[in-house]
Design a protein around this ligand. Structure first.
Ligand code: T1G
Length: 697
């Protein structure tokens, strides 16, 4: 018998138990173990009914993703589930935790399914650039009908046990939390009542009901909007449609063909890289697993503006009380009013009850004095980017906060060490860079200063997990990882427009690549004044920052979406960027003043200059150790800057593009465009000369 699957009998019930931590994934050992256990159960004359149950925290959470891309080993999953379904003894699946992907498909090949009420089921393969490849697209619609099956399979969203019961996916839900007992009781009932083998493949009423329906085309149209540029969601619809147009076995064949097409798509590689990357970034290089973590049971926030308010919501959302300090009462009132409005909007959408709104608002204490920070465990400063003001604040925090309190800055560019130098406890100072809107964006760029202690680093990574953010630890340097690379892309985007491109041409190249919005639409969202103030700060600091047509927009009060005019113009109540002839005139005027003769610029040049400048900078960031691994950069960009996850992030994408191609282009632009951003990174040169990739680092 295999180590990971066991068989025993309890009375008339043959019990097949999977125990393969952490999530009982269907690796080769589990698949062959299941097959052997099923065979044993078949042969066990005293076993009238068979029960499939799992040890640990969850039922099978899918195929073993780590096996993808490697040669497929027998038994294959489709063969296994068909063998299960063909069992001539009733098979019951007992589900706890999450029955996902191949796990749910295995349960669907059983004849009855029972779950504890806390369980969830789902077919999230589409999130990995795949589709359910072991019968999920053929069996699920036989239970739920076309629309619900399409919804579950094209979104990958999980469904709770009670809803799954209502949908016919489950046969029973047990209110207890002992899945083995619940499974045995249900299997006993099947045995006692002599319930027959019931194969999902034979259930056709829902198939007949939706045969020839236009729901498939409706989903294709809808996916054109919500899955723009993605490959597998459309294949999911094709596969489910096959269940309504082909006999079962041919439908299974069609599913396999479509599954293999998804497997071969580069998007699968990008999405799986993102899946594991999101988990890997939580393991910080050089930080021991058992590094002590401080308790963070109360938080202080300085500034009730857009960032401060959003940051506060993250903590009260998980029940951590927050004290917000502002300089003036009206700023405080305005900030809290925005937070309340955000929650009430969620309540209007049914995402929160009014009681939950009040409960969260009750966890926020407005204040006008730092003294109210004396007992908090963590303080996050979220005021606008001015070093002098930030140092003043940290000096004050140093006086009032208790020993052991963590002092964090939400700065998006400034030097953490310089901020820390304003205190006598630089080891307790760290950057916690949230992204706007802070209550929505998943990324938290945690910035270690040169003196930040391991305990503080481990604590802010744990805080990220606690407030449901993807935390990435990065080093201290201008713009850290994300903004530093964004700045290079921005510089190239600006130059491309100076030289002849239009803002909308540049933005279209980026949205065609898969970004939710382009460089200039993003500037309009963030506010033209934000970039303008940073440039003015740097000019005041003596840096030679050239004039730009963007400054003229700011000086004319075209600050972006908030003034319904920036690089684009906006209709009242709409976020849709509309090219504005006035801006084109302004840019033409600017070119004249700069003596620039515009030229035709290709989309390929725009792609190369915007993306390769970022990647060259990403390589420098790795050289300097500001990012420990290429995947840290990838996850920062996917969760903080909308880099399309199906391309795996900038460094993963660069490997797909070919580092030699990129280096060649970098050198071309060094010689033609110029600028320090086109000096090839030593790391990039080294990898190319050794025929290696970022993925090899
Ligand atoms: N394969 C391999 N490893 C997996 C895994 C999987 N399916 N799921 C999780 N892990 C690892 C994960 O990397 C982490 O490892 C640890 O388990 C805990 O995960 C034919 C083709 C189950 C909801 O897409 O959504 O079936 O970092 O940190 O927050 O149709 O993991 O500790 O080393 O995420 O509690 C379909 C993916 C596969 C589910 C648990 N299944 N997993 O969340 O813990 S494709 C999925 C999840 C398929 C068939 C097809 C979540 C979770 P480490 P975690 P969690």
């Amino acid at each position: 018998m295999s180590e990971v699957v066991s068989y025993n009998r309890e009375g008339k019930i043959g019990v097949i138990t999977v125990n393969y931590p952490p999530v009982n994934a269907l690796g080769q050992a589990v698949r062959s173990g299941l097959l052997a256990a099923l065979e044993q159960g078949q042969k066990d004359a005293d076993a009238k009914v068979l029960l499939l149950v799992c040890e640990g925290r969850t039922f099978i959470a899918g195929a073993d993703i780590r096996e993808f891309g490697k040669p497929m080993q027998e038994p294959t999953l489709p063969a296994l589930v068909n063998t299960f379904e063909n069992s001539d003894k009733p098979l019951v699946a007992a589900i706890h935790g999450t029955a996902l992907g191949g796990g749910l498909e295995t349960a669907l090949s059983c004849h009855y399914r029972v779950a504890v009420s806390s369980a969830k089921v789902g077919l999230p393969e589409v999130k990995l650039g795949l589709l359910p490849g072991a019968g999920g697209t053929q069996r699920l619609p036989r239970l739920t009908g076309a629309r619900k099956a399409l919804d579950m399979i094209t979104t990958g969203e999980f469904v709770g046990a009670r809803d799954a019961l209502a949908l016919g996916i489950l046969d029973a839900v047990d209110d207890g939390d002992d899945i083995r007992a619940a499974g045995l009781a249900y299997a006993q009932k099947v045995a006692d009542e002599g319930k027959p083998v019931r194969r999902v493949r034979d259930i056709t009423d829902k198939i007949e009901a939706d045969k020839g329906s236009d729901v498939f085309d409706q989903f294709r149209d809808e996916l054109k909007k919500r899955a723009r540029g993605l490959f597998s969601p459309f294949k999911c619809v094709d596969a489910v449609e096959a269940a309504f147009s082909l006999p079962f076995d041919e439908g299974m064949k069609r599913e396999r063909e479509l599954f293999m097409e998804c497997m071969e798509s580069p998007q699968r590689g990008g999405l799986i890289h993102s899946f594991f990357g999101e988990r890997e970034v939580s393991r910080v290089k050089g930080l021991a697993k058992d590094t002590p973590v401080r308790d963070v049971k109360s938080v202080g926030i300085i500034g009730a503006g857009t960032m401060g308010g959003g940051i506060a919501m993250n903590f009260v959302n998980v029940g951590i009380p927050v004290t917000i300090v502002e300089v003036k009462q009206e700023a405080l009132d305005k900030g809290l009013a925005i937070i309340r409005r955000n929650y009430e909007n969620s309540a209007k959408k049914g995402k929160l009850t009014q009681a939950q709104v009040e409960q969260r608002m009750a966890l926020i204490t407005p204040s006008l004095t730092y003294d109210d920070f004396r007992d908090v465990d963590l303080v996050i400063e979220a005021v606008f980017e001015n070093m002098a003001i930030k140092k003043e604040i940290f000096a004050r925090l140093d006086e009032v906060c208790k020993p052991g309190a963590i002092l964090a800055s939400n700065t998006s560019t400034l030097d953490i060490d310089e901020i820390a130098s304003a205190t006598k406890r630089p080891e307790d100072v760290v950057g916690m860079h949230f992204f706007s809107p802070a209550n929505v964006m998943k990324l938290l760029e945690n910035v270690r200063g040169s003196k930040t202690s391991d305990e503080v680093k481990a604590t802010v990574m744990a805080v990220a997990k606690k407030i449901r953010k993807v935390g990435v630890m990065v080093g201290n340097g201008y713009g850290f990882v994300g903004n530093r690379m964004l700045h290079k892309r921005g510089t190239e985007a600006m130059s491309l427009v100076d030289e002849g491109a239009t803002p909308q041409q540049v933005d279209k190249v980026l949205t065609d690549l898969g970004f939710p919005m382009g460089q200039f639409a993003m500037s309009d969202l963030a506010g033209i004044d934000v970039g303008y103030r940073i440039r003015e700060e740097r000019r005041k600091a003596g840096e030679d920052i050239p004039a730009s047509w963007m400054d003229k927009l700011a000086e004319q009060g075209r600050l972006g979406q908030k003034t319904l005019a920036g690089v684009y113009k906006y209709e009242e109540g709409s976020r849709k960027p509309v090219p504005d002839p006035k801006v084109e005139q302004l840019i033409e005027q600017f070119r004249k003043e700069q003596g620039i003769t515009p030229r035709a610029i290709t989309d390929q040049e725009i792609l190369e200059r915007c993306m390769y400048a970022m990647i060259n900078e990403g390589a420098r960031i790795l050289e300097e150790g500001i990012a420990d691994r290429p995947l840290d950069i990838d996850i920062v960009w996917i969760y903080g800057y909308g880099f399309p996850a199906h391309r795996g992030g900038p460094m993963f994408w660069a490997d797909q593009e070919g580092l030699d191609t990129i280096l060649c282009a970098v050198k071309k632009y060094r010689d033609t465009v110029g600028g320090e951003q086109w000096e090839p990174s030593a790391l990039l040169e080294k990898l190319v000369s050794e025929g290696r990739k970022f993925g090899d680092l």
